[in-house]
Structure formats: structure tokens, C-alpha cells
Design a protein around this ligand. Structure first.
Ligand SMILES: CSCC[C@H](NC=O)C(=O)N[C@@H](C)C(=O)O
Length: 694
């Protein structure tokens, strides 16, 4: 027997004697937290260049890649984990500049408010930056956010609800483009660059105005007592299409009865300002308004997104015949929809494909507008998202991930696909040790099928503790691989780490989530109207505890934001099932969801609705909350106020109820510091281990 054979025999003997060694932890939260996260993928109009932002352990930088080889070039030097987000990355029309915003937190309210997660004595700023792609010099242009790029290197940005103009070349100081009453909240230049269509909110109504120059009065488009949004110019610049929704507040209808929210698609003659309705959404719940993709790719046709067929689909609307044609029929949703720079194709991601698991994935689709031909460009066990068309040669760029590898930029040219930045994956990122979560499903008490992803590392003890993970939103879908959202790439890493520690983790895609059709996404009596979705969480706990490989007496639960709300509800209502929990920036008091009615009119079911809102709140069931809990919240949270946890902790203390808590000063809802994300992952895992394993 050779020395090698002896070593192998000894190795296997040790493994036989000590099976725990097979099951031993092989990576840390910090190592799995080193996943890369790309965002803001954009292409130059010619399609020869792409750019994106890459978050590498909190260091967020911009990369450029130029065809035909698309070798990535790092354009910026932001080399600290400093919590400064990069957003709104765009090429100028000539492709010679990149413009972006650095700072703020664009994942929730008050997006343009500076983030000081490092708790510096001087607040960072939210600024608009530019990069000259010839010199590759990047520099601040102006303090601001919400910009649009205009002709002659104009950069328009919003400040205090007014439109300001900066000059990309820096030849002049920023000036206010025009003055107007109300809050301007969006705009789009005409194809010839000579006019700006903008939306201005004036309280109960929102108008569309056209600005031409400092001497010409604003020209209103079909002014009315309604709300106009998403103005889109026809290619020839003679028409303007827009979405029309109700104005004012209307009668005090019953609060607990789901109602259709009407919306219409209009087109107006720019010269006369006269408009006409082209399409009125079906007056069904599915036909209710929700903001979505809207484009005017040719003078005769609009493309819009609607749920009225029961799934988020695309439709074509002929501006002459007013005929509507379904472009993406089938039981799946489309999202991340983008028009190519030549307005000839539309690219998007969708949860469909040849495998049943594709329902919990995303693959890339391309629609040729002229022929209405839909082609699915990707399939398999990966997750592809946020596609952009590269010029008109049929090339695509998109984010690509697998169950093991987090998102990287991919280029698809014909049937040739190539990944960029694979060499950026840190050597100690445990890609080969990550598991592929399995698609599972179970029935809720009302018969609804609920999907989940089961994370389980092979081997180990016959019975393992289980953990239910509850996503936030709630309009989200967790997938069978790394998420295209940074927040859910964080929790995907948490779930991989928990499985590595020996937990069986069930990530539950409860109703109110997307990806499973209208009625699943928009059920009656959700959240403060009765928490109908909670039955899916309890069902998930029961499903997990019944698995043969799980110890049904050792079930924990954790979740963030809306997931924190449902975690708290589970611990308050079902402590005998959920033995421990970690509630990350959750919502606990829904009593304030109904403002006191103004004036005489009160909804007929106002008192009933208020009562249900209270009963749907975790704070209503504190007397049955017996399980240990860890609360985590940062105090610059713009999505869920830290007061939700501050108040709950005070109620715990008033009742003498035990709890553990960690407040993270300065960070936001989205763990802008990488080190805070890793810390929250470790805090969560350690608390669950303490109560379920040790
Ligand atoms: C209705 S409670 C607010 C929950 C929050 N939604 C938006 O900010 C949330 O869940 N945030 C993250 C986690 C998300 O949007 O998924």
C-alpha cells in the first residue's frame, strides 16, 4: 500500500469514526458575505460600451467594458466600505460621458437624504458625478439627485421640487431652468431636445407641462382635475402619451372591500395640447392601476405593462385603431423591462422556462416590436436579470447568477455567453461549498399552494433544527439562486450560512409576493386588513417541523422589514411552534394605518377596520409571546421607522418580557455598510444557534 493509499485510508477511517468532521463548518458568514453585487447596468446608445456599479464588500465602484472583448475597466476609486450608494448611472447620448449619483439610499423613502453609516462628524453629501470616458477622470458636478440628461450636455436635476440645469462641461454655474408652482417630479426631453415634458404635482391633481425656453409660457397638455404621469414623446415629437389616474381623494368607500383603481392611457397633440383616451383598463381588480413599463417606440404604437390578464404582462396599443395586443401571454410575470436604444426591441426577465423550477427563477426574454416575436434567450438553473440590448446587433448584457455564484455581468452574443469579472470573486468566497436550494411547495389552510426554497447541507445529525426565513417587501419573490436585489442577496448569504451551520432553512414565498399571479400577489385582507398572509408563515413552520430530517421542537424564524413584521407576529401568536426568532427592522404597530377621517365622511367600516389593524399587529398578542427574540434595527431607517422597535421594546419592558436587542446607529434599512450586513448575519445565526443548537 502506497503512502498516499495509507493517507486516504486514514482519512476515511477518521471520517467514519468522527462523522461530525464531514459536517463541520467550512466557511464563515464573512466569507459567504464576500459575494459581489452588480447594479445599474447600462449601455451606450451605440451599444459598444456598457457600464455598471459593483459592490465589493462595501466598496462601490463603476466599471466600463467596451466591445468587442468587453474587458472590464475600473473607472472610480471609492475603495472604502463607506456606505455611499451609486445610483442613476447613465451614458450621455454621444457615449463619451457617464453621469451618476453617489450617496443617499434609493431603496425607500427620503432617498436623497445623506447616509452617514460611518457616523462621521461631517455629513457626507449626495452628489451628481461625471466621468469623462476619454480621460477617465471622475469628478463631482453638483450636489443633487434625480437627474435627466439633455441635449448639448445639459444635466437637469430636481431640487426642492424645481428643475435645475447643470452643464456637463462645467462652463457655467447650475441655474434654475424655470420657476413653477407645485412639485416637479419627472420629465422627458422631446426627440429633438428642444422641449421638456414634465409632471408637476399640485396636491389633488398632477399636470403635464411643456417647457421650451425662458421666454415661452409653459404649455399645458390636456389640463384636468386628475393625475397625469409617465409622459412619453412619439418618435416624431408631435404626440405625447401619458397615464391618467383619479384626482383628489373621493368618497369614503368601505376600507375593507377591495376596489378597482381606474387608469387610462391617453395621447395628446403637443401643438394643440388636446388629448384623447386611447385605452381604459378593464374595471376589474386585476385591471387596477399600478405603475409599470410604458413606451412610445413608434408613432403608431405604445407598449405598456398591465396585470389585467392576471400576470404582469406587456401589451401593444395601436394609437389609430386603439387595438390592444398581448405580447407576453402565459402564466408567468415579466419585469426589469427595457426598450433598446433603437426602439426596435424590448428586453426583460421572466419566471418561465421548460422546468417547473423556472417559476422560481428569472430568464431573459427579447421581443421584436415590429414582428411581435418573443424569444427566450436564457434557460437552465441560473438567475438572469436586468438585461440591456447592446445596439442593434442582437447582443445583450445582463446580470447572471447561479445557486452558488452571485451575480456578475454576462454578455450574450448569439448563443455565445461570457461572464465578466469572474476573477473578482475573492479567493475565500466559498462558491464550491454552497448548496443548491430545492424548490418545495405546501398548502396553506385555505388551500393556496405556497412555494419555498429549502436549504439543507447533506450529512450531519438525523434531526436538525429548522429555521423559517421570511422575506420583506412584501412584493418580492425569493429565488432558487442569488437574488438580483442587494437586500435579498444578503439574506441568501445568511441562509447559505445557516445551512452550513447545520440548520434546515425554509425560505417561504408567502402571498402578497410576486411571481405567482395577481390573486396571490393582491389578496384581500392582507397586512393591516387582517394579515391573511400569516397563514402561509404558520404553514411553513408546520411543513418544516414535519420533515423527517428536522427536529419539530427546534423551529426558529427570522426576517427583515415586512419579514420582521411576520416574524414578530409568529412569535406573538405561535410561540409553541416558533421557539425563537430574530426580528430585523420589523413593523409591530399597525394601528396608525388609518388616519383619523377629516370632516363629516367616515368609511362605513372605519371602526371595524381600525380594530382589525390592531388585531393584525404583533403588539396585540404580547401576552402569548413566550419565545426568545432578538431585535435588530438601525436608526436611519427610511423604510421602517426605528420607532417601531423602540416602542415594542418599551412594551416588552413594561411587561417584564425578556428580549435581546442591537441598535445600529447611522445605518439604514439596507445595511449600507458591508460590515454591518455581516454583523447582522452573525448576530442572527448566533442567536438561533444559542437557542436551537447549544
Ligand atoms: C410594509 S412594511 C415596509 C416593509 C419594507 N418595504 C419597503 O420599504 C420592506 O420590506 N423593505 C425591504 C426589505 C423590501 O422592500 O423588500
Amino acid at each position: 500500500m502506497t503512502a498516499i493509499d495509507m493517507k486516504k485510508s486514514l482519512f476515511f477511517l477518521i471520517l467514519l469514526l468522527f462523522p461530525a468532521l464531514i459536517f463541520a463548518q467550512t466557511f464563515t458568514m464573512e466569507q459567504v458575505g464576500k459575494f459581489s453585487f452588480p447594479s445599474e447596468l447600462t449601455a451606450s446608445p451605440s451599444g459598444e460600451k456598457i457600464a455598471w456599479a459593483m459592490n465589493e464588500q462595501g466598496k462601490r465602484n463603476i466599471y466600463l467594458a467596451e466591445g468587442p472583448d468587453f474587458s472590464p475597466i475600473k473607472l472610480t476609486q471609492f475603495n472604502e466600505d463607506d456606505g455611499q450608494e451609486i445610483s442613476s448611472l447613465k451614458f450621455t447620448a454621444d457615449g463619451n460621458w457617464l453621469v451618476f449619483v453617489r450617496g443617499g439610499d434609493h431603496g425607500g423613502g427620503n432617498a436623497s437624504s445623506t447616509v452617514n453609516a460611518l457616523n462621521l462628524p461631517v455629513l457626507p453629501k449626495v452628489e451628481i458625478w461625471k466621468i469623462n470616458l476619454s480621460s477617465r477622470k471622475s469628478e463631482v458636478m453638483v450636489e443633487g439627485d434625480d437627474f435627466i440628461l439633455g441635449p448639448q450636455h445639459q444635466v437637469l436635476f430636481l431640487k426642492g421640487g424645481q428643475v435645475w440645469k447643470a452643464d456637463l462641461m462645467g462652463n457655467e454655474k447650475p441655474t434654475q431652468l424655470f420657476q413653477i408652482k407645485g412639485n416637479v417630479n419627472g420629465g422627458e426631453f422631446s426627440p429633438d431636445g428642444k422641449k421638456l415634458a414634465f409632471t408637476v404635482n399640485r396636491g389633488g391633481h398632477q399636470l403635464i407641462g411643456i417647457f421650451e425656453n425662458a421666454k415661452t409660457p409653459i404649455h399645458w397638455i390636456a389640463p384636468s382635475f386628475h393625475r397625469y404621469s409617465q409622459p412619453k414623446w412619439s418618435p416624431d415629437g408631435t404626440q405625447l402619451a401619458f397615464i391618467k389616474t383619479q384626482g383628489g381623494t373621493g368618497a369614503a368607500f368601505p376600507l375593507l372591500e377591495p376596489r378597482h383603481i381606474p387608469w387610462e392611457i391617453w395621447v395628446a397633440d403637443v401643438q394643440s395640447g388636446e388629448g384623447k383616451m386611447l385605452w381604459k383598463a378593464p374595471e376589474t381588480l386585476r385591471g387596477s392601476y399600478r405603475s409599470g413599463f410604458f413606451a412610445f417606440p413608434s408613432d403608431q404604437e405604445l407598449i405598456f405593462e398591465s396585470y389585467h390578464e392576471g400576470w404582469q404582462h406587456l401589451f401593444a396599443l395601436n394609437t389609430s385603431t386603439q387595438k390592444v395586443e398581448s405580447l407576453t401571454p402565459g402564466n408567468y410575470m415579466v419585469e426589469q423591462i427595457k426598450l433598446s436604444s433603437d426602439s426596435k426591441t424590448i428586453v426583460f426577465s421572466g419566471n418561465t422556462g421548460p422546468e417547473k423550477e423556472d417559476l422560481d427563477r428569472r430568464h431573459i426574454g427579447v421581443l421584436d416590436i415590429a414582428s411581435k416575436k418573443l424569444t427566450w434567450k436564457t434557460s437552465g438553473n441560473g438567475i438572469e436579470a436586468y438585461p440591456v440590448a447592446l445596439g442593434n446587433q442582437g447582443k445583450l448584457a445582463f446580470f447572471s447568477a447561479t445557486p452558488q455564484r452571485s451575480h456578475l455581468v454576462a454578455i450574450l452574443d448569439g448563443d455565445q455567453s461570457s461572464l465578466l469579472q469572474e476573477n473578482s470573486i475573492p479567493a475565500d468566497f466559498p462558491q464550491s461549498k454552497l448548496i443548491s436550494p430545492k424548490q418545495v411547495s405546501f398548502k396553506a389552510p385555505d388551500g393556496t399552494t405556497v412555494y419555498g426554497q429549502l436549504f439543507e447541507k447533506e450529512g450531519g445529525p438525523a434531526k436538525k433544527p429548522g429555521v423559517v426565513f421570511v422575506h420583506g417587501g412584501p412584493q418580492r419573490q425569493m429565488l432558487l439562486g442569488w437574488s438580483y436585489m442587494d437586500y435579498y442577496s444578503n439574506t441568501y448569504a445568511f441562509n447559505q450560512y445557516l445551512a452550513e451551520l447545520g440548520f434546515v432553512v425554509l425560505s417561504v414565498n408567502y402571498r402578497l409576493g410576486i411571481g405567482y399571479g395577481y390573486e396571490f400577489h393582491r389578496p384581500a385582507y392582507g397586512y393591516h386588513q387582517g394579515a391573511v398572509e400569516y397563514q402561509d408563515i404558520k404553514a411553513a413552520g408546520e411543513y418544516l417541523s414535519a420533515l423527517s430530517q428536522v427536529d419539530g421542537n427546534k423551529i426558529g424564524i427570522y426576517g427583515g422589514s415586512y419579514g420582521g413584521y411576520l416574524t414578530a407576529l409568529a412569535l406573538a401568536r405561535d410561540s409553541e411552534l416558533f421557539k425563537v426568532g430574530v426580528d430585523i427592522h420589523g413593523v409591530h404597530d399597525l394601528d396608525g394605518r388609518y388616519a383619523l377621517p377629516e370632516g363629516y365622511e367616515v368609511a362605513s367600516d372605519y371602526e371595524k377596520a381600525k380594530k382589525i389593524a390592531w388585531e393584525s399587529s404583533p403588539i396585540a398578542d404580547l401576552d402569548t409571546w413566550k419565545s426568545p427574540v432578538l431585535f435588530i434595527h438601525s436608526d436611519d431607517d427610511r423604510n421602517v421607522s426605528v420607532s417601531q422597535t423602540t416602542d415594542l421594546i418599551r412594551r416588552f419592558e413594561e411587561k417584564g418580557m425578556p428580549y435581546e436587542s442591537v441598535l445600529i446607529p447611522g445605518d439604514t434599512h439596507h445595511w449600507m455598510l458591508w460590515r454591518n450586513m455581516v454583523r447582522v448575519g452573525n448576530l442572527t445565526a448566533d442567536f438561533l444557534k444559542k437557542h436551537l443548537m447549544d
